[in-house]
Write a protein that binds this ligand. Structure first.
Ligand code: GLC
Length: 566
């Protein structure tokens, strides 16, 4: 993106401490410190249902998260994001919220929540709440009222429409989870709109009463110790109310983003409103966004022209690179680091909706080495990184067999195609994996016998220690913490190379061999004089020899080497 000098100055004023301007051509700027915590944080996603059960019902709970705060502190994360723990019929495991300001009894009480945030604060860990803002549950009292009559004051809190002339749905639009986006409601003879499940009616953000109620929900959690929110499914807040016919729809096939169901202009204003609420509280509260993007320009827009929308929109271009493809990663990283006006990119691979990275990138033989590549990359880049519980020990997805052998129950009424990545955290090799003393709601992975926290903490060479060391380095090394991103050329299509550099020109070189063969490199692209080696910081497999110009990398090898300015 090109911006004039005057434009840059205006932008700099607007972005305040967050903005970093380019110091050296081809290098992402060294920002003016100190930066708000979230510009370089590691945010650890917890699926509370599967993290730690403390009452033996087989379902994780808030007290379980509290119990594991010391572990999270030892690992070195800055914040945790909890997926929904609100009262919910669990048609979409909590993403169908029946009470925005309550705690579901299966997860605990408000007192448990307050204790969790208090204890987290003592350990310097912030807590983010998952805010499901596009839709509620059909069991939410707001929806019950809304559907009770056409004249109910909350009628317009949801999206209602008369049937088409033939009595059918108002449009031919299909929902993200498949089937029509419209559900007929007999008592009032209208359809309501749901872009996800029919149990998840869309909230009508154009209604001022609804908007205020949702802002009040945010204030509730911000007053109860939340450091911000992960915003669920932000693109879908508004619909095109000319209700166009979709010529491309195949009945029954799930759809994704369509111009009529997502990213409508009014969304921007609503997001600015959310940001204003968060910014009205002290202590650098933050919005982490689940957004949909198809280009880096899209991603830049989500931050807001004046960086006044979402602080941390997730970079799904990076997340969704297919396979371990060095050229694709290099392109995605360079654009995120260099084309976002110095705003912090948000990198991650694993979450509660996607195959875990161990399973996704692993080849069944070199998984441990590969996990060190993907973690080193995500955690040494400039910006914010997300982790998903269990990633630090290389937890795999559940296999189809493991799930097939596990019966549905009152705790898990429906099978969800995302069950494989939501299995209980593997704390130990004991039965229940240290997650529960009861019958878990989802099966404990068979890998727990080998892949568990207890075993890995005892083994200094384990993936757990690799992560802990990376997180420590990221915090304590000035270049990794606040330094500029320097794109480099590795001279080898299998290897990603870049550096992070502080204002004095000292820093860290990162080399990632994405192939099963040893690779020889020829590093070029240093802006100014190339630096001198200053020792190996981390390497997989272990190595002490630093060569800044012609290094050799082992198969799936990683090197993180220190350098000094000449
Ligand atoms: C988001 C959540 C996902 C949920 C959906 C509907 O994509 O991450 O788990 O099913 O929104 O709320």
């Amino acid at each position: 993106m090109k911006i004039s000098r005057i434009g840059k100055l205006a932008l700099r004023a607007a972005l305040g401490a967050v903005l970093a301007l380019q110091a050296v051509p081809g290098e992402a700027a060294t920002p003016a410190s100190p930066q708000p915590w979230w510009t370089h944080a590691v945010i650890y996603e917890i699926y509370p249902r599967s993290f730690q059960d403390t009452n033996g019902d087989g379902i994780g709970d808030l007290n379980g998260v509290t119990q594991r705060l010391d572990y999270l502190k030892e690992l070195g994360v800055d914040a945790i994001w909890l997926t929904p723990f609100f009262p919910s019929p669990n048609a979409d495991f909590g993403y169908d919220v029946a009470d925005y300001t309550g705690v579901a009894p299966e997860y605990g009480t408000m007192a448990d929540w307050d204790r969790l945030t208090r204890e987290a604060r003592k350990r310097g860990i912030r807590v983010l709440v998952d805010f499901v803002l596009n839709h509620s549950s059909d069991q939410h009292p707001w929806f019950r009222e809304s559907r009770s009559s056409k004249t109910n004051p909350k009628r317009d809190w949801y999206v209602w429409h008369d049937p088409a002339p033939d009595g059918g749905p108002p449009t031919n639009w299909e929902s993200i989870f498949g089937g029509s986006t419209w559900e007929y409601d007999k008592p009032t003879g209208q359809y309501y709109y749901h872009v996800f499940l029919k149990q998840q009616p869309d909230l009508h953000w154009a209604d001022p009463g609804l908007m205020k109620a949702m802002y009040d929900v945010m204030r509730f959690w911000l007053n109860h110790g939340a450091s911000g929110f992960r915003l669920d499914a932000t693109p879908y807040l508004f619909e095109d109310t000319t209700w166009p016919h979709d010529p491309d729809v195949k009945s029954g096939a799930p759809v994704g983003l369509k111009p009529y169901n997502s990213n409508l202009p009014a969304t921007r204003e609503a997001l600015r409103g959310l940001r204003a609420v968060v910014d009205s509280f002290p202590g650098n509260r933050v919005l982490l966004g689940e957004n949909a993007i198809s280009s880096i320009a899209d991603l830049r827009r989500v931050y807001g022209a004046k960086a006044d929308e979402i602080n941390l929109p997730m970079d799904f271009l990076y997340k969704d690179v297919a396979g371990l493809n060095a050229a694709a990663f290099k392109a995605r990283i360079d654009e995120a680091e260099l084309n976002l006006d110095g705003l912090p990119p948000v990198f991650h691979f694993s979450n509660h909706d996607s195959t875990r990275q161990w399973t996704r990138f692993g080849d069944g033989v070199n998984n441990d080495r590969i996990a060190r590549i993907t973690s080193a990359m995500t955690l040494t880049l400039r910006g914010t990184a997300l982790m998903y519980y269990g990633e630090e020990i290389g937890m795999p997805d559940l296999g189809a067999e493991e799930l097939r052998a596990f019966p549905l129950s009152a705790k898990r009424k429906v099978a969800d195609n995302r069950d494989p990545e939501r299995s209980p955290m593997q704390w130990s090799a004991t039965s229940g994996a240290g997650f529960t003393t009861g019958q878990p709601w989802l099966p404990v992975g068979q890998s727990a016998g080998v892949t568990n926290v207890a075993a890995q903490r005892a083994d200094k060479q384990s993936l757990y220690h690799w992560y802990a060391q990376l997180l420590h380095l990221r915090k304590t090394n000035a270049a990794l913490r606040d330094g500029a991103y320097v794109p480099l050329e590795s001279g080898n299509p299998e290897v990603v190379a870049y550096a992070r550099r502080d204002r004095a020109g000292h820093g860290v070189l990162v080399l990632l061999n994405m192939s099963a063969k040893a690779q020889t490199l020829s590093i070029t692209g240093w802006p100014g004089r190339s630096p001198v080696a200053d020792g190996m910081l981390m390497a997989s497999p272990s190595s002490a020899h630093v060569d800044l110009s012609h290094p050799v990398l082992e198969p799936y090898g990683v090197q993180i080497a220190a350098f000094k300015a000449r």
